[in-house]
Design a protein around this ligand. Structure first.
Ligand code: SAM
Length: 270
């Protein structure tokens, strides 16, 4: 059945089997693995996963493609097709002790998917999430893996390292997809820390500090942090070199800055 690709759903299908095989090889699929696949489309990757893994839960938003998948793989009981927006998928509905998540995803929801998985991997309920392997625009992958002090380093680099060990495992050219997208891609793997690396009682506050720090990357931390109401009063009490610019700070530095804010907030007299 021909399914006309929908641009609004980021439907650029992998059509070069060489790269599909490379991606699946890089995943090092174990015969006991359960995969949650995001946006399986017509099953370009799914069929390879089905040959190697114990179980595949394929979460696809497009009803037409769900029908194609159900038809094509009707003789494969280890495949479960779920018609849903992946961002609403409930991991705690799964009985598996551990799952792996992967997908050639629609690129416009790359950050939303990453943040969703960061939350899920840290959540006490539901299965353990071992890793997330996704294709993304090459520039985004470069930002995630950028080191402090570089132009690409930013919010995504800090958050990814807080929750995982991020690594670019493969490059995929635009020519491997149909229709051909305007950008080249990278396959990025996030191996989630099974224990938090840092003791952050208030993760929301940490995230807010990082985001606000990078609001205006050319400004010093003092200027960016002072610009928002909630931090203005605390800034003078922070024992940290606030003349630095945000890209100079490693994850550990941001954690130290966070603890300073926590302390300053505790000392605040009401
Ligand atoms: N995996 C297939 C492949 O590699 O050929 C398809 C990849 S295509 C880039 C992205 C897929 O994600 C499409 O099938 C699209 O319908 C699906 N999709 C788009 N938004 C989605 C969402 N919010 N939740 C689940 N699937 C989604």
């Amino acid at each position: 059945m021909y399914v006309k690709p929908r641009k609004s759903l980021g439907q650029n299908f992998l059509s070069d089997n060489y790269y599909v095989e490379q991606i699946v090889d890089a995943l090092q699929v174990g015969s006991e693995d359960t995969f949650v696949e995001i946006g399986p489309g017509r099953g370009a990757i799914t069929s390879w996963l089905l040959d190697r893994a114990r179980r595949v839960i394929a979460v696809e938003l497009d009803q037409r493609l769900c029908e194609v998948l159900r038809d094509t793989y009707s003789d494969q009981p280890q495949l479960e097709v779920v018609q849903q927006d992946f961002l609403k998928f409930r991991f705690d509905s799964l009985q598996d002790a551990e799952v792996r998540v992967m997908g050639n995803i629609p690129y416009h929801i790359t950050s939303a998917i990453m943040f969703r998985l960061f939350e899920e991997a840290a959540a006490p309920a539901g299965p353990k999430i071992r890793d997330l392997t996704i294709l993304m625009q090459r520039e985004v992958a470069q930002r995630i893996t950028a080191d402090p002090g570089t132009k690409s380093y930013g919010v995504l680099s800090v958050f990814s390292r807080l929750h995982s060990q991020p690594e670019i495992i493969l490059q995929v050219p635009a020519s491997a997809f149909t229709p051909r997208p305007k950008v080249d891609s990278s396959v990025m793997q996030f191996r989630f820390h099974q224990q938090p690396l840092h003791d952050l009682a208030d993760l929301k506050l940490f995230r807010r500090i990082v985001r606000v720090s990078f609001n205006q990357r050319r400004k010093t931390l003092r200027n960016s942090l002072r610009a928002v109401e909630e931090f203005r009063e605390l800034v003078p009490r922070i024992k940290f070199d606030l003349t630095l610019r945000p890209e100079a700070l490693s994850l550990d530095d941001f954690v130290r800055l966070y603890h300073e804010f926590e302390e300053a907030d505790d000392e605040r007299t009401y």
